[in-house]
Design a binder for this molecule. Structure first.
Ligand SMILES: Cc1ncc(COP(=O)(O)O)c(C=O)c1O
Length: 411
């Protein structure tokens, strides 16, 4: 009884004393969401420019997704991987169509990390003991082989200097950086084509397509981590749609569930066939779960029927244009980068123009805007739902302008 009382008193605005602190938390109690808005227990409204953690691409409390969940929980939620439900097949057909592998196969999992790790494991299973190649700028996963890209099995390629290379559009095998890649020993390249370590940097087209071509020429596989860049986030269905190559394995998460934890690994028919011939085994408690598949299928339907991938591109263009206009006014802004609604603003670290991303983040929160912040690199981030209204983009810019103007006047 004493314990129950103690627990109930500690909820709400109090600190979460029984939740492990393994990352920074903003004090508060968010109790409700509606499209791009979140409300705390005192009914203060926030405009969510992070969509959870880049998950709720269709907005919070999406009625169609809610209906799909309600319908499914009254039927069956979880089956265990031995038993089947046709929803998994329907969700797979829908997902494979979007990735451009209509005759491929899918497995539905729970988190983005799991989907990427699964992609890496199946690539390793097929290609044997060869190296894995990725960009140093990638995040990939919270754990597993994909989460430890500094281990001996990985080769990391840093594309930072390629971004300003004069020959970046004619990237070729004579380049010293490319020459250092032992393509004959690469089993798979794992691309993350929009760095999600909060830097919003996109590797050049020439570089990505050349690496993809060389990996394939040496019988390697191409895995893409589309956990953040996928489901329309970059203004196209997938991050790889901004390049020319075709992937063998595609890992998706985040937006696929619009906040519900469902992810997937999609693969080509050839990859699936080889795994099935080898009797590759994998099983977990929520694999191909009817509830996860019901959500994934409905999310894909909504993205298509409501033209939301196109909206991600259109709204992203508005946001980028507005931010680029701001850049002309303030030396605080070093660079504006983005594709679709994956947008980052790198702030200046110069003594004359310094402004701290943490300060901007804090001030925006006070004004009712949740934006992302990479303190280490001094970057502020904007990844709202694709349903964000144009007037909220304009409001965001007005408030950012106020903060920058105030700061400038203090100098
Ligand atoms: C590019 C990328 N891959 C994988 C992950 C891992 O996804 P999850 O956090 O759902 O495990 C993330 C998470 O932010 C990510 O940004």
């Amino acid at each position: 009884m004493k314990n129950e009382r103690k627990l109930s008193l500690k909820t709400g605005e109090e600190n979460l004393e029984h939740i492990l602190k393994c990352h920074q938390m903003v004090k508060g109690d968010i109790v409700r969401g509606e499209n791009c808005y979140l409300y705390d227990s005192k009914n203060k409204r926030y405009v969510d420019f992070e969509s959870g953690l880049w998950c709720t691409a269709l907005g919070h409390n999406n009625q169609r997704v809610n209906e799909a969940i309600k319908k499914q929980i009254d039927l069956v939620m979880n089956l265990g991987f031995r038993y089947t439900n046709f929803l998994a097949e329907e969700a797979a057909v829908a997902l494979l169509d979007t990735v451009g592998l209509p005759d491929g196969k899918c497995v539905f999992l729970s988190s983005g990390s799991e989907a990427v790790e699964f992609g890496v494991q199946i690539a390793k299973n097929i290609t044997g003991n060869k190296y894995l190649l990725t960009f140093m700028q990638s995040y990939l996963a919270a754990y597993g082989a994909a989460g430890n890209k500094y281990s001996d099995e990985w080769i990391g390629f840093d594309f930072e200097s390629c971004l300003t290379c004069k020959e970046k559009d004619e990237c070729n095998l004579n380049c010293e950086k490319i020459k250092n890649i032992p393509f004959e020993s690469i089993g798979a390249v794992v691309f993350e084509l929009g760095s999600s370590c909060g830097t919003v940097k996109f590797p050049p087209e020439g570089l990505v397509d050349l690496i993809a071509k060389e990996v394939k020429r040496n019988q390697g596989l191409i895995v893409v981590d589309e956990v953040t860049t996928g489901m329309g986030r970059t203004g196209k269905w997938y991050g790889f749609n901004h390049y020319k190559f075709k992937p063998d394995i595609v890992a998706v998460g985040k937006g696929l569930g619009n906040g519900y934890p469902v992810s997937a690994a999609a693969m080509s028919r050839e990859v699936a066939q080889e795994l099935e011939e080898k009797s590759f085994g994998y099983g977990q408690s929520h694999q191909n779960s009817p509830l996860g598949c019901a959500v994934a299928k409905e999310v894909i339907n909504i993205l298509k029927e409501e033209r939301l991938v196109e909206r991600s591109y259109e709204s992203g263009t508005i946001l980028l244009n507005q931010l680029n206009e701001m850049k002309k006014k303030y030396g605080f802004i070093k660079e504006v980068r983005g594709r679709g609604l994956m947008v980052g603003v790198e702030l200046s670290n110069d003594a004359d123009n310094y402004i701290d991303s943490k300060y901007v983040h804090h001030k925006m929160l006070e004004r009712g805007f949740m934006i992302g912040c990479n303190k280490l690199r001094n970057i502020i981030l904007f990844l709202p739902a694709f349903t964000i209204a144009e007037n909220e983009i304009i409001n965001l810019i007005t408030n950012l302008n106020d903060i920058f103007r105030e700061r400038k006047s203090l100098r």
